[in-house]
Write a protein that binds this ligand. Structure first.
Ligand SMILES: [Zn+2]
Ligand SMILES: [Zn+2]
Length: 414
């Protein structure tokens, strides 16, 4: 037997309705927020992620599925959705359209990580990317879309927001961070010492106990924001508050990816372990330009579907019912089985889900099977039914029987 690769997962027939529920909820939120779906390839040139995600990030340094194709090109399976969306935006000249361009995607993504609950090597994301607006209203709208999505799933999360400023104010802040960390570097972890050189902002992300203690007293980015960034952040907060969306400002949120600017946010839950982010996003005003496009501001988020699923299961959130046949039609011999087949197909073509026996079961065994399938009604076709054109259908919930003409069955079930 050949096993499934480590860090991947099958979705079994009886589980897929949960997936569909999450995906349908995403599409419903996208519809009401007027977002259009985009689909980008599963693999891109490796260079895209190096430039678009950032060479100093763990994603690019350690976690990418990169290989050379038969033509000698370096190819990478997408580790996230934003870089591909931005590449598509630039390549297709979408900047010439009326702005903002509001998009969403549901995509698999790939990261070579240590697999754990809700964290797989092949995982799935629902993401939103809105291009072309630098207004703080757009930030608030994207946060509201995420919140609406999580509400639909019935999961309880906390919203944490921050501003990581623009390149101008962040340069000042990075200086302040370096000054603060320099005398303490000796007692910090190796990752932090590398980040001190490459991107000190990301030292705040460190999960090591010792580093976290040191981080607690580090200067806060919100004290270093320039006037424009400060006003933007105030605008976002006021729109959230005006709608009663609760949040806390968490100066520790810096997001792992280099292209973020100004607003960053996370919806977190402590029901799925220490790193409880179920949805994270932010503004990335520099990305499109970095990929060779014009200066086009953008903002988005991504939510991991596996993590959401885990959160829903851990907290007993309700999924809708699994799909079940409306009616099961049993036959007992060649002729009556053929009639059952005919009736079932007729109902299906009119949009009613119907099931029949495929395994030559006895009538008794068919009743058992229909019950197992959760069929709402069961009908048995025998000699009499065949002659009279009237069948008895049994309501499996309350046991009531009802005689119905075969050609009125559709009207009855509809
Ligand atoms: Zn700024
Ligand atoms: Zn550290």
């Amino acid at each position: 037997m050949i096993n499934i690769p480590k860090g991947t997962k099958d979705v079994l027939p009886e589980q897929s309705y949960k997936w569909r529920f999450i995906e349908d909820s995403a599409r419903e939120v996208a519809r009401t927020f007027n977002l259009s779906e985009i689909r980008t390839p599963t693999f891109e040139y490796t260079e895209l992620f190096k430039r678009g995600v950032g060479e100093t990030t763990d994603v690019v340094n350690k976690e990418m599925y990169t290989f050379e194709d038969k033509g000698g090109r370096s190819i990478t399976l997408k580790p996230e959705g934003t870089a591909g969306a931005a590449r598509m935006f630039v390549e297709n000249g979408l900047a010439s359209r009326p702005m903002p361009l509001k998009t969403y995607y549901i995509t698999p993504a790939f990261r070579y990580e240590r697999p754990q609950a809700g964290r797989l090597r092949e995982f799935h994301q629902f993401g939103i990317e809105v291009f072309g607006s630098q207004s703080y209203e757009t930030d608030a709208e994207v946060i509201f879309a995420a919140s609406a999505f999580l509400d639909k799933l019935g999961v309880k999360t906390k919203l944490e927001i921050n501003s990581i400023g623009c390149p101008i104010c962040r340069a000042e802040y990075n200086k302040a961070l370096k000054n603060y960390f320099e005398p303490k570097l000796e007692s910090m972890c190796e990752t932090c010492r590398t980040r001190y050189v490459q991107n000190p902002l990301r030292m705040l992300d460190c999960k090591e106990e010792g580093c976290r203690k040191i981080n607690a007293d580090a200067p806060k980015i919100t004290d270093y924001l320039c006037e424009e960034c400060r006003e933007h952040f105030t605008g976002v907060k006021s729109l959230l508050s005006a709608q009663g969306l609760e949040y806390t400002v968490n100066p520790r949120i810096v997001r792992g990816l280099d292209y973020y600017s100004k607003t960053v946010f996370e919806f977190v839950s402590d029901e799925i372990g220490a790193q409880g982010t179920v949805c994270g996003g932010g503004r990335y005003d520099g990305l499109v330009e970095q990929l060779g496009g014009a200066h086009v501001p953008a903002i988005g988020f991504a939510a991991g579907i596996e993590r959401l699923m885990l959160l829903m299961e851990n907290t007993g959130a309700k999924f809708p019912e699994e799909q079940k046949p409306r009616i099961y039609i049993a036959g007992m011999d060649k002729e009556t089985r053929a009639e059952a087949f005919k009736i079932a197909v007729g109902l299906r073509l009119k949009g009613i889900s119907a099931e029949i026996d495929h395994m030559n079961r006895s009538v008794k065994a068919q009743f058992k099977y229909a019950d197992k399938l959760g069929a709402e009604y069961v009908a048995v076709i025998g000699e009499n039914e065949l002659k009279s054109g009237v069948i008895n259908i049994k309501n499996m919930k309350n046991g009531e029987q009802q005689a119905v003409k075969t050609d009125e069955l559709y009207a009855y079930l509809k």
